[in-house]
Write a protein that binds this ligand. Structure first.
Ligand SMILES: Cc1cc2nc3c(=O)[nH]c(=O)nc-3n(C[C@H](O)[C@H](O)[C@H](O)COP(=O)(O)OP(=O)(O)OC[C@H]3O[C@@H](n4cnc5c(N)ncnc54)[C@H](O)[C@@H]3O)c2cc1C
Length: 388
């Protein structure tokens, strides 16, 4: 039955459903088989990268005029969700490509877009996003990295921390202070595009993490790092605004990662309780466990709906997009933490071992409550929007 005009609001388009099916097939055939090894050996998911690039799912959001598929925000979150359903680390390939490139898509000159975006669309390069510093996390505006004009160039100095996929990425969107005397510190920050081959650019050692172990997280060190003048994104002083506008577009992608992780754990748990017997009966026959599974599925579905709604709102530029993006990321990540933990519980001792993927999904879920702004910060953002 095709949806009527009234109910179409809550249905995916045929294209979006086809894309979900295509990504699921690739994820199950080419990404899932390597997920445990990627986690165990803390190695970059090269098989996933190859599979995503060869099928064009590595950065579907890049507009067509720069060689991309020009996918809408809902389609992009579906891609990320389906990859996360089998491997959280691999889902950071499309997610961080969107995070790193969104400042450029939103605010860069045509020349800079043409210089950077085609290489990301083709999969020749990936791009990371560098806002945080050791002493400037939730309070990102207190960053110390500096950029100064020198002739036609910009020279950057400082250290950015916690940069996802650093070392693998060729491009980095970097926020730095250009006017330390600005009346409002946020208005003294600018955004730049740095290339891994730029002089004075280096990455630090990999962080040793609880989860998403296949996605390297490193510091980036900028020491007299000289870049051409045209690598500034937009006007000087607009970098922090661009950084925040980017997060409105990408917090739903973290929500999608969380939904995917939760769905993956739920699917494993449902299959397990149908097979495993105790007291002469399948676990699935115990009402106490049926209620757990119903609650898990209900929370996943609610999160998915809010994530898609937030993605659509950012695409349309709705006035409440900031609120929805924070709400979707928070609800979905809190749900992912609870659902993956409950999935471990449903598998009992087996769930606690690496023989099943649910313990990995539980470890991977935790980061979705922390990055792109902790869930405490999301609640501040939501309250600010409500109390304005
Ligand atoms: C694996 C990983 C990958 C990351 N990837 C990136 C990346 O690619 N690019 C990037 O720029 N950054 C990245 N980050 C950084 C991430 O966004 C920050 O860690 C996060 O914003 C929190 O900052 P912090 O770690 O300094 O914590 P802090 O800001 O020190 O916060 C510590 C605790 O205090 C709470 N808190 C802080 N301020 C308040 C307040 N006003 N009210 C209530 N509670 C508050 C926080 O919620 C948290 O619970 C990554 C981090 C990790 C761990």
């Amino acid at each position: 039955m095709s949806p009527s005009a009234e109910t179409a609001l809550f249905a995916l388009t045929e294209d979006q459903r086809d894309i979900r099916a295509a990504v699921r097939e690739i994820a199950e055939a080419e990404i899932a088989p390597h997920a445990a090894d990627v986690d165990e050996r803390e190695r970059y998911p090269v098989e996933a990268e190859k599979a995503l690039v060869s099928t064009g799912f590595n950065a579907v959001h890049i507009p067509e005029e720069y060689g991309g598929a020009g996918a809408d925000a809902v389609t992009t979150v579906i891609v990320i969700e389906e990859v996360a359903r089998v491997c959280g680390s691999s889902s950071l390939i499309p997610a961080v490509n969107k995070l790193g490139s969104m400042p450029i898509i939103l605010s860069a000159s045509e020349e800079l877009k043409a210089q950077v975006l085609p290489s990301i669309a083709s999969g020749e390069a990936t791009i990371s996003y560098a806002l945080s510093e050791r002493e400037a996390g939730s309070d990102a505006v207190s960053m110390r990295t500096r950029a100064v004009r020198d002739g036609d160039d910009w020279v950057l100095n400082g250290t950015k921390a916690w940069i996802t996929n650093a070392g693998v990425s060729r491009w980095y969107t970097v926020m730095a202070v250009t006017d330390p005397d600005a009346a409002k510190p946020a208005q003294g920050i600018s955004a730049f595009v740095v290339h891994a081959d730029d002089p004075g650019f280096e990455v630090g050692p990999k962080e040793r993490k609880l989860g998403i172990k296949g996605s390297p997280t490193r510091e980036i060190h900028l020491q007299q790092c000289r870049i051409p003048g045209d690598r500034i994104i937009g006007e000087p002083g607009t970098g922090f605004r661009t950084a925040l506008a980017t997060l409105d577009h990408t917090r739903p992608t973290i929500g999608a990662q969380a939904v995917g992780l939760a769905q993956g754990a739920l699917d494993v748990a449902v299959a397990y309780v149908k097979e495993r017997k105790q007291f002469g009966r399948h676990l699935a026959e115990f009402q106490g466990l049926q209620f757990m599974i119903a609650d898990m599925a209900m929370a996943v579905e609610a999160s998915r709906t809010l994530v898609y709604q937030a993605a659509a709102a950012t695409e349309r530029g709705d006035a409440n997009a900031t609120f929805l993006a924070s709400a979707a990321k928070t609800l979905a990540s809190d749900t992912a933490m609870k659902v993956t933990t409950d999935a471990v519980q449903l598998l009992g001792g087996a769930g606690y071992t690496r023989d099943y993927p649910v313990e990995r999904m539980m470890r991977d879920a935790k980061i979705t409550q922390i990055y792109e702004g902790t869930n405490q910060v999301q609640r501040l953002v939501m309250a600010r929007a409500l109390l304005r």
